[in-house]
Design a protein around this ligand. Structure first.
Ligand code: ATP
Length: 534
C-alpha cells in the first residue's frame, strides 16, 4: 500500500505574486491550490518553494512560475493514480496527496552489467566493490551509467558514489591496492575523486563521488554542498532528471540491484524526461539544455509538468542572456549532436533566450539547412567538436561585433571559438561583395582568411546563389590547390632568398587558381617570364 503525505489546500489565483501567496499561506501547514482563469483548481505550490523563491529575490514573480499542474481524483480513484502528487476531492473539499515513497518493482541489472560493461571497467569496479565491502561502505554505480545500462549500452564515463566520504574511500583503496590504482584528482569542496585503475588491458578512470546534498544560494549559482555522506535517497534529489537519478548497488549481497527512488525506470519505459522538483530549472537553468540534449539523443519527451515549468521559466525572462560557462558546456553538447531538431527546438521553444535575446530568430535558416551543410563540408572542419559553433555562428550572424564579444566573455569562449563566431559574422556581412567577385583568386583570397567552420556557417545564411556557389567552390576545390614550384626552384635559378620569393610563389598560385596555369611545366614557363621581366 502506497503511503501519502496529505495536505489541506488554500486556494489562490495564478496571477498572485509569490510574496502575496506566502502571506496567504502564513504559518499553516497547507499547500496552496492555484486556480486558473476559470477559477478551476489546476496546480499547487508548497510553502518551502515559496520561501526559496523569496530568498532568490523572485518574490514579485507570479506563483504560476513554480505551480505544478496536477490531476484531480475522487477518493475512490486514488488507487488508480500513478502520479507523484495529485488532488483528491472527497465531495466536500480538495486535499493534496503527495506520495512519500514511490514503490518500484525489484530489478537486478547483474546480467546487463556482465554483458555490457567492458572488462577493464568491470575489473576496476570489482576492486571498488571489494574495498567498500571490507569497510562496510555502501557503494553504487550512479547517474548516466545506470541509465545507459538499462538502455543496453556502455557509458563513456563511469561514475560511482559512496554513502560516505569519497576522498577517504579513495585513500583507503590506494593503501590497499598500491600500484594498481592512482588518485588523479581530488575535488575537496565536493569531496569527489578521479581515480585511475591499472587493472586491465587499458587504464580506466572512475569518478568517485560522496553522496551529498546541494543548495543553491542564488539561481544558476554553483551549488553549495552539505551533508557529505548523506543517504543515497537524499543525494539523488539534487540530480536533473529521474532517468539520471538511479543507482545500482555494487556491494556483494545486493550486487546489481537497481535503486530507483524517483521512478526513473518507469519514466524510461515511457520515454519521458521528468525533473525532480518544481524549482529544478530555477536552481539550474542549464538543465533545460540538458533536457533538450537527452530528449533528442534518446527520442524522449518532457513530461507535462516538466514542459510546463520549462515554459514558465523561459517565458518569465528571469534567465534571459544568462550565458554562463555551464550554459556553454550544455549548449556545446546539445548542438554537437548535429541534429537539426535540436537547433529548431532551441529556437522555437525559446531556449535561445538563455544565451541571448538579441538573436534575430525570425530570420534564421531551418536546422535542416545547417545540418546539410555540415554533412557536405564536415570533412573540411578543423575539428568536429566545432559543429556547435557553426549552429551558434549562424545565430550570431545578426549580432554586432560588440554583442558577440560580450557573449563570448560571458560564456568564457576560447580564442578559436570566438573567432569562428566573428568570422561567420564578417563573411555574412560581405555577401554582396563576394557575389561580385570576378576571378577565382578573389574568391580564394577572401575565404582563405577564415576558418572553414565559419565558411560553412555562412553558406547556410547566404541568400545570393553566386555567393553560395563561390563558398562551395572554395571549400571543395580552391582551398586544396597547391603549386609545384618552391623556393628551392627559385634559388636554382640563381635568385637570392628575399620577400620577392613569396610574391612570385603567390603569383603562380594566383594563375593556377584562375586556371591560367595547369601543369608544372606551365609553372616553370611562367617563372621564366616573370624573371625575364624583372
Ligand atoms: P552523458 O551520457 O551525456 O555523459 P550523463 O548523465 O552521464 O550523460 P554527466 O554530465 O556526466 O551526464 O552527469 C552525470 C550525472 O550527474 C547525471 O546523470 C546527473 O545525475 C548528474 N548531473 C549532471 N549535471 C547535472 C545538473 N546540471 N543538475 C543536476 N544533476 C546533474
Amino acid at each position: 500500500m502506497d503511503k501519502f503525505i496529505i495536505k489541506d489546500i488554500l486556494s489562490v489565483d495564478s496571477n498572485l505574486s509569490i510574496k502575496e501567496c506566502r502571506v496567504i499561506a502564513g504559518n499553516h501547514d497547507v499547500a496552496l491550490g492555484v486556480l486558473d482563469e476559470n477559477r478551476e483548481l489546476y496546480s499547487f505550490v508548497l510553502c518551502d518553494s515559496l520561501d526559496k523563491m523569496i530568498a532568490f529575490g523572485f518574490e514579485n514573480k507570479p506563483v504560476s512560475l513554480i505551480a505544478l499542474p496536477s490531476k484531480i481524483y475522487s477518493i475512490e480513484a486514488v488507487e488508480n493514480s500513478s502520479e507523484h502528487s495529485f488532488f483528491v476531492y472527497d465531495g466536500e473539499e480538495y486535499k493534496l496527496f503527495i506520495r512519500s515513497v514511490i514503490s518500484t518493482p525489484y530489478i537486478n541489472l547483474l546480467h546487463r552489467y556482465e554483458q555490457i560493461l567492458p572488462s577493464s571497467v568491470k575489473n576496476a569496479l570489482s576492486l571498488c566493490s571489494k574495498a567498500a565491502d571490507e569497510i562496510n561502505m555502501p557503494v553504487y554505480l550512479i547517474g548516466g551509467v545506470v541509465r545507459d545500462l538499462i538502455m543496453g549500452k556502455a557509458s563513456v564515463d563511469t561514475d560511482i558514489s559512496v554513502e560516505e566520504n569519497a576522498v577517504e574511500f579513495a585513500s583507503f583503496m590506494k593503501k590497499k591496492y598500491g600500484e594498481l590504482v592512482d588518485i588523479k584528482e581530488i575535488h575537496e569542496d565536493f569531496k569527489t575523486v578521479k581515480m585511475i585503475f591499472h587493472t586491465g588491458a587499458e587504464d580506466v578512470q572512475i569518478d568517485i563521488a560522496s553522496t551529498r546534498e546541494e543548495t543553491y544560494s542564488y539561481p544558476s549559482a554553483l551549488p553549495s554542498v552539505k551533508n557529505i555522506g548523506c543517504s543515497l535517497e537524499a543525494d539523488v534529489i539534487r540530480r536533473d532528471f529521474s532517468i539520471n537519478a538511479m543507482a545500482v548497488s555494487l556491494n556483494k549481497p545486493t550486487f546489481g540491484d537497481l535503486i530507483d527512488y524517483l521512478g526513473g525506470y518507469e519514466d524510461m519505459k515511457n520515454h519521458c524526461l521528468k525533473i525532480l522538483h518544481p524549482l529544478s530549472f530555477i536552481d539550474d537553468p542549464s538543465r533545460i539544455l540538458r533536457g533538450l540534449k537527452f530528449s533528442a539523443r534518446f527520442d524522449y519527451a518532457n513530461d507535462e509538468r516538466t514542459e510546463y515549468l520549462e515554459r514558465e521559466c523561459l517565458e518569465s525572462g528571469i534567465f534571459d542572456n544568462l550565458a554562463t560557462d555551464r550554459i556553454k558546456l550544455e549548449l556545446r553538447q546539445a548542438l554537437n549532436l548535429n541534429m537539426a531538431d535540436v537547433y529548431d527546438r532551441f529556437l522555437s521553444e525559446g531556449i535561445y533566450r538563455l544565451v541571448s535575446t538579441d538573436f534575430d530568430v525570425s530570420n534564421l535558416p531551418e536546422g535542416k539547412v545547417i545540418f546539410e551543410n555540415i554533412e557536405k563540408y564536415g570533412a573540411y572542419l578543423e575539428d568536429r567538436e566545432h559543429i556547435w559553433l557553426i549552429y551558434l555562428g549562424v545565430m550570431c550572424a545578426s549580432l554586432e561585433k560588440e554583442q558577440i564579444l560580450e557573449l563570448s566573455k560571458k560564456m568564457n569562449l576560447s580564442g578559436v571559438e570566438l573567432k569562428v563566431l566573428l568570422y561567420t559574422n564578417s563573411i555574412v556581412k560581405h555577401e554582396e561583395e563576394i557575389s561580385k567577385f570576378e576571378t577565382m583568386f578573389e574568391v580564394y583570397e577572401f575565404f582563405e582568411c577564415y576558418f572553414n567552420e565559419s565558411v560553412a556557417a555562412a553558406v547556410s545564411l547566404f541568400k545570393n546563389n553566386r555567393a553560395r556557389e563561390f563558398a562551395d567552390v572554395y571549400l571543395n576545390k580552391l582551398q586544396f590547390i597547391t603549386i609545384n614550384t618552391t623556393g628551392r626552384d627559385l634559388i636554382a635559378r640563381n635568385m637570392t632568398p628575399s620577400p620577392l620569393f613569396g610574391e612570385i610563389l603567390r603569383d603562380i598560385l594566383k594563375e593556377k587558381i584562375n586556371g591560367n596555369i595547369k601543369t608544372p611545366e606551365e609553372e616553370s614557363i611562367f617563372v621564366d617570364k616573370v624573371l625575364g621581366k624583372r
